[in-house]
Design a protein around this ligand. Sequence first.
Ligand code: 2PG
Ligand code: MG
Length: 475
Amino acid sequence: MSVQEYLDKHMLSRKIEDAVNAAVRAKTPDPVLFISSHMKKAVPSVITKVKARQILDSRGIPTVEVDLFTNKGMFRASVPSGDSTGMYEAVELRDGDKGTYLGNAVTKAVKNINEKISEALVGMDPTVQLQIDQAMIDLDKTEKKSELGANAILAVSIAACKAGAAEKEVPLYKHIADLSGKTNSILPVPAFTVIRGGKHSGNSMPIQDITILPTGASRFDEALQMGSETYHHLKAVIAEKYGTNGCNVGEDGGFTPNISSVREGLDIVKEAIGRTGYNDRIKIGMDVAATDFCIGTKYDLEFKSPNKSGQNFKSGEDMIQMYKELCSEYPIASIEDPFDKEDWEHSKRFCSLGLCQVVGDDLLMSNPKRMERAMHDSACNCLLLKINQIGTVTEAIEVVKLAKEAHWGVVVSHRCGETDDSFIADLAVALGAGQIKAGAPCRGERVAKYNQLLRIEEELGDQAVYAGEDWRPSC
Ligand code: 2PG
Ligand code: MG
């Protein structure tokens, strides 16, 4: 098309005249700037190129980063990665060549973006998230996104979402809220990881995380302050009891002192909360990640103590009894994965007791079919949403809707391998999840999310609503 034909087709002479008239009417001090930005808005945004690269996540393991270009700018996104991967999750594509990054390189996923995905999306309007995500799903053609890789697809999906927000000139959380049909944004209660145990930490505490939830704060910035102060009091408690070595932190930023039981961990957290004076305003959560120490139908709470492992198995009933006692002795509000991911029976029995929120992470794997079964069985009452287990923004919005329709709680979650991308902060606000779990109030990739929530709260001003005591808004 010649320039003249283009000008005619898009009625640009008319639009230039309109822009000049608007500048006169606005009595702008800088007409050139005014007219150029007016004209920029008159041109519809289209995706012009998608370029990916391999970067490292917070664990030093490769992941995918994308620069999505439109005719108006560049929008960047990167994807997290976790330890737990299961047969119901979308597939994270890794090269598998043991000689490079121990098999963890993602150059195939990067190539899929640079060639196939880029070609499919060029020319599309970045505001039509559903069509963009559907185009990638159609291109992939597999049930679990194994052809292109969920890591490739999600990175592009998030970058497109950011481009869509920019085109609409609205904040990211506002654009996501529009996509999901929601109007009331809510700042989530953060579940800060303060103690790390489980499979990947050097201590003997069997459960994966102890978290604190400042439900009694009146604003998110106060919740962050309460979390940070408690974290630092806990550091002092640990240094006194276990020496400064105990203040080393795990992948999520939680301390990893040499403790061997859940109670020992809960006691020092309780002591730290006591020192802050926040007491009733902070609740405690746990991610048991029980699948990691389930042997057959039994649980080995001493799986990390070589001298004791295998000698004192607990039955599902014993575990229920233990949780009952813990919930009566400590201000526990939420327990994630209290049983093995296939132990539906005990999950159901425990959930029916109504002692606390029961979160499904490994149990659900953010998979709609697993969620339907859990709803039918009442095996849990909260979704832990890990967006990379699903693979697109559109599908993430859908599973949150499903959870809310069932009157479940929703925790938007990070992964142990994170990047500095703060997308999940905007997502949690937009979907009114009520809860976010993004690690300790420490380490760059974790605080990237919490700091973004501060910015969102500041921007919302008087309109900002912190979930607080209403941290399970759909229940
Ligand atoms: C979890 C997450 C985050 P991962 O179990 O909730 O801590 O772990 O990312 O390793 O699956
Ligand atoms: Mg978990």
